[in-house]
Design a protein around this ligand. Sequence first.
Ligand SMILES: Cc1ncc(COP(=O)(O)O)c(C=O)c1O
Length: 380
Amino acid sequence: MADSCIYLDHAATTPVDDRVLDAMLPWFRGNGAANPASGQHSPGRSAAAAVDTARRQVAELIGADSTEIVFTSGATESCTLAIRGLARAAGTGHIVTVAHEHPAVLDPIRRLEREGHEVTIVTPPASGVVTGAHIASAIRDDTILVSVMWVNNELGTINDMASIAATCQDRDVALHCDATQAVGKIPIDLGTVPVTVLSCSAHKLHGPKGVGALFVRGGPATTRLQPIIEGGGHERGLRSGTLNVPGIVGFGEACAISNREMDVESPRLASLRDRLEVGLQERLDAVSVNGAVATRVPTITNLSFGGLVGPEPLVNRLAGVAAAAGSACSSSREGPSHVLAAIGVPDHLAANALRLSVGRTTTTADVDQAIEAIVAAVGC
Ligand SMILES: Cc1ncc(COP(=O)(O)O)c(C=O)c1O
């Protein structure tokens, strides 16, 4: 970290793992920097082979085939490609999503609404955990697309994707899943969960920023999905533009590490997250966890601190700890978190909520120091 602040904002982004950085470096320099589309020469073919390896590593982490992976610049682009791409292919029709989705999903859907699509925004339950039953009642005969995230980025709550995907499959509706906060955090097997398209991003699992992927079931040729970026026909025509080879290699390596280490890493992270929660609850009155406690990724907790008054939100008074009040991407927007509002957290509790998220480099000492800093901030 650039300063001594304790970094508990891994849901916003994670530091690049040293092993990932080592894997990336050769692809910036010398012949390694060749364009993977330059199949006429061996440096180009080597770069293409490195991309193929990464494509396989990403696919393996989510139980997909490497032909089903399209590289993008990140989850925001993947979500837009999925949502606009499917809507454009369908022409007209009704779209379903959920009120506590990320802006990367809500904003393109709102734009489609302005362009004439009818939209239903489902209210999630107080637990934050959405199931197939919540979605089933919103699907109509003319529904062309359902978009539901796997893990909520502010709460860490895990939606029941198996039942949501089964519901969409039964009703023959395409399902986009924003799995940005799920990939690398919980096991995902797209061989058994029939989502149509799925978005993810390298920088949430200790990979580099600016690279992501869209899983497209059956590959770009079989799913009705139109590109939003056209040019050289890269990524089988779905996403034109010279491939970011170092970024893609880093994404692949980050996926391979998560695949190997998740079983050991997840319980360690969950115990750090629990130590943080219990430590704060022991020292402070009225600390409540927002969203379902039992159905969460190991890395995220979202806490409200009752009884706090004053105009300045707790996150702004916190010194020495990097935490968030909501998602990094929406924190520039005015007002309390739309996620907490959607699950019915009262404004006075939402105003002082903290999202704390641990990661691979977080230690017990970090957690203990963070508890002291938060207790001090609540007291002042
Ligand atoms: C749930 C979710 N979706 C989408 C995004 C956007 O990802 P990216 O930064 O890769 O565009 C984020 C990042 O905060 C996220 O948490």
